[in-house]
Design a protein around this ligand. Structure first.
Ligand code: ADP
Length: 717
């Protein structure tokens, strides 16, 4: 660890300064004592040989006073606490004291002057000795050395120069050289000392940091929710922390030296443990393995393990370090979530199955209601009132059929059974068909319908499903409009080849808070109850548009109207128009008897109502039909009679529609056109029918127009 992480450079500098001042004061005691002794010896030796004994006494007095004051200063420093010692005043006091001491020693050759060369030489030797001695105690700080050395030596050199004797000049030169070398030696010592102090402090800091880290780790280990366990290669526990005690229930003393597997593994996990053990013996760490363990009470718990092999200095495995986290609650929650997800999925599946079965079952009676209503409406002797009742039955039946189809769509989408056939869809075709279908509704409500059917452009979509969505939006715009309002359909090219189709109305509008819920299934918001609806049209529209990789949205203002929009890939204003065979070939010629009539058709249908209906429908189209109740009867009929076409239900007793078609084809009769009539609207039903050898599949309820077209197409062939 880098000590700087804990001690910054600034802090380190402060520490170094403190260390320096401590060392300076620390060494001062010895140097003051030595200075006092030397001063006394000098006085004793010189007192009878100096020019003025009085001056020498003054010098002695000064130097002893300075030493006394400095000793008191040292005493005060040693008595102060660490924080106080960091105060700058101690440095200043020491520096000033050192400078004064230097001057005092420099005064010796002046106040203790002796004309006797021998004694003057003694003074020089003493001073050189004091200067040399000071190096050891003052070199902790370069400045203190200079402060002492310079006044002491310069005053001596100056005295020698004043003396003006041949030997004194030479001596002063030698002294200058000595001072220069002493200072440079002192500087080197200072640098080394500084370096040593720095290194020592850094090492101390590092040690301190490591110790802190160990303390922290110990604290973490103590308080961690992780069980920390160590065991040797005989699987005997060597370490067992507090969390291990609370997770597994064994106290440290109970666990130590016990076999870890016996302590915490249920018997039936031994195979798993063996596998783990092998991994560890291969020096592999095990991270995040979830193992079922047991507590002292035998309760099963789940733990997540992090296990590492411990090696000795020869890299042999010496033991195992393991950490375990009790995840029993998390595991139980996960299991509960998975279980409820499973249940929700099953319930959803059951709902989808129910919806599709129900809509299938509803189709059969609807087939009869709508079929017979249509046949009835062509009766010639009906009164106005009867015709109006028939029209009511027809529109109620159609509404029911719409609901059934929507529910079926929803179920198909949810089951992922809805297949789209994506192509370039000519917008003008779709708009033309939609306008034709929606115009009577708009007229009834006195609404102005603005749909530009000349739109030149295409979008990438499923033709039928796009039409379904636009019709839904247009019929909503009409349903939820005010009398004499308007409905407009507009198209815009957006950037990146995106076409936006907008359907705008001047109706009731939708409030901001309800807008959030508008695409939720079965949510009719606040629609007035006299307006017919199921609340699933928009939800289906959204899913269909998203399946076409498009977007759908709405903006609305209460009492002003709504603007529904769809965005799909596509282009407007293209030069070559995409032609599509118009599908809205509605004609009033349904009951024009086909030119191909008088051809004989065999019908296999087990439901008596449907039998009567299909026979009537065929006869109204001018065909003659024979009825049978199942596939077996149909096969018998085909042996002795000539039929131009076979219409068969799919689900029948004895032999069903598929088997019937297959048997006919197996017998080599490939010419007879076969139409399947099924209540199932799933696309896979159609595929199944074609696979069994049938030529066409019609979904109940089948209207006369569709039946006529299919018959003519197949009989032509
Ligand atoms: P439905 O029309 O059969 O009720 P939808 O899913 O098509 O179902 O619409 C859901 C609800 O959104 C409607 O019941 C109606 O309250 C509201 N809504 C849809 N279109 C409009 C519109 N153009 N103006 C006002 N409200 C609308």
């Amino acid at each position: 660890m880098n000590s700087n992480e804990i001690f910054s450079e600034k802090q380190l500098k402060k520490q170094i300064q403190l260390e320096e001042i401590k060392l300076l004061y620390g060494g001062s005691r010895f140097s003051y004592t030595a200075a006092i002794v030397i001063a006394l010896i000098i006085y004793y030796v010189l007192k009878t040989h100096v020019t003025s004994e009085y001056n020498l006494s003054i010098w002695l007095g000064i130097i002893l006073s300075v030493m006394l004051i400095r000793s008191i200063d040292t005493y005060l420093f040693t008595k102060s606490d660490l924080k106080e010692q960091q105060n700058i005043k101690w440095r200043i006091r020491f520096f000033v004291g050192t400078g004064i001491a230097g001057i005092c020693w420099g005064l010796l050759p002046w106040l203790g002057y002796s004309s006797d060369v021998e004694y003057f030489a003694f003074i020089i030797v003493c001073l050189v000795g004091v200067i040399a001695g000071s190096l050891s105690t003052l070199s902790y700080r370069w400045e203190t050395m200079v402060l002492f050395l310079l006044p002491a030596s310069l005053l001596l050199i100056f005295r020698l120069i004043v003396e003006d004797q041949t030997f004194s000049k030479a001596t002063s030169f030698v002294l200058a050289v000595f001072i220069f070398f002493s200072l440079s030696a002192g500087k080197r010592i200072f640098n080394n000392t500084q370096q040593n102090i720095r290194l020592r402090l850094e090492a101390d800091n590092r040690e301190h940091a490591i110790e802190l880290m160990h303390q922290k780790q110990a604290l973490h280990l103590q308080n961690t929710p992780l069980a920390i366990i160590e065991f040797d290669i005989d699987l005997c526990v060597t370490e067992w922390n507090k969390s291990a005690e609370s997770i597994f229930g064994y106290q440290r003393d109970e666990a130590l030296n016990e076999n870890i597997l016996r302590l915490i593994l249920p018997r039936d996990s031994s195979l798993e443990a063996e596998k783990l053990w092998q991994r560890l013996l291969n020096y592999e760490a095990v991270i995040g393995a979830v193992i079922e363990n047991k507590t002292k009470n035998g309760e099963p718990i789940f733990c997540e393990w992090f296990i590492t092999p411990l090696t000795d200095d020869k890299n042999n495995i010496a033991g195992i370090a393991a950490m375990a986290l009790d995840i029993t609650d998390k595991k139980h929650n996960e299991l509960a979530i998975m279980q409820s997800k499973d249940e929700a999925e099953k319930a959803n599946q059951a709902k989808s199955d129910f919806l599709s079965n129900m809509s299938h079952e509803l189709r059969t009676p609807l087939n009869a209601i709508l079929g017979f209503t249509q046949l009835l409406s062509f009766e010639k002797q009906l009164t106005e009132k009867q015709l109006s009742h028939i029209s009511e039955i027809n529109s109620a039946g159609n509404l029911l059929l719409k609901l059934v189809n929507q529910i079926l769509d929803l179920a198909k989408i949810e089951k992922g059974h809805l297949q789209l056939s994506m192509e370039q869809v000519n917008l003008s075709d779709v708009f033309k068909e939609c306008r034709a279908m929606i115009a009577p509704l708009a007229e009834q409500k006195g609404l102005t319908l603005n749909i530009n059917i000349e739109t030149n452009g295409y979008v990438i979509a499923d033709y039928t499903r796009l039409k379904q969505v636009i019709l839904n939006l247009l019929s909503n715009a009409i349903k939820y409009n005010k009398n004499n309002g308007s409905v407009s359909l507009m198209v815009k090219q957006k950037e990146n080849d995106i076409v936006r189709i907008c359907i705008m109305d001047t109706g009731t509008g939708i409030s901001e808070d309800l807008l959030q819920e508008i695409f939720q299934p079965f949510n009719r918001l606040n629609a007035a109850c006299h307006i017919e609806g199921t609340g699933i049209g928009l939800s289906i529209s959204k899913q269909l548009i998203e399946m076409m990789r498009g977007k759908i949205g709405v903006t609305s203002k209460l009492n002003e109207g709504s603007d529904f929009w769809i965005e799909l890939s596509g282009k407007l204003n293209i030069t070559t128009a995409i032609e599509r065979e118009s599908q809205s070939n509605y004609s009033n010629t349904i009951l024009n008897v086909s030119s191909l009539s008088a051809q004989k058709i065999l019908v296999a249908e087990d439901n008596p109502t449907n039998q009567v209906l299909i026979k009537s429908q065929l006869e109204s189209l001018g065909y003659a039909a024979d009825l049978v109740k199942n596939g077996q009867e149909a096969l018998n009929k085909l042996i002795n009679n000539e039929y131009q076409l076979l219409i068969t239900d799919c689900n029948m007793p004895l032999i069903d529609g598929y088997q019937l078609a297959k048997t006919i084809r197996d017998r080599g009769n490939n010419k007879l056109p076969i139409i399947a009539l099924t209540a199932d609207a799933f696309p896979e039903k159609r595929a199944e029918c074609l696979k069994a050898g049938m030529n066409e599949q019609l979904t109940k309820p089948v209207d006369l127009e569709t039946l006529k077209t299919a018959l003519e197409k197949l009989l032509h062939q």
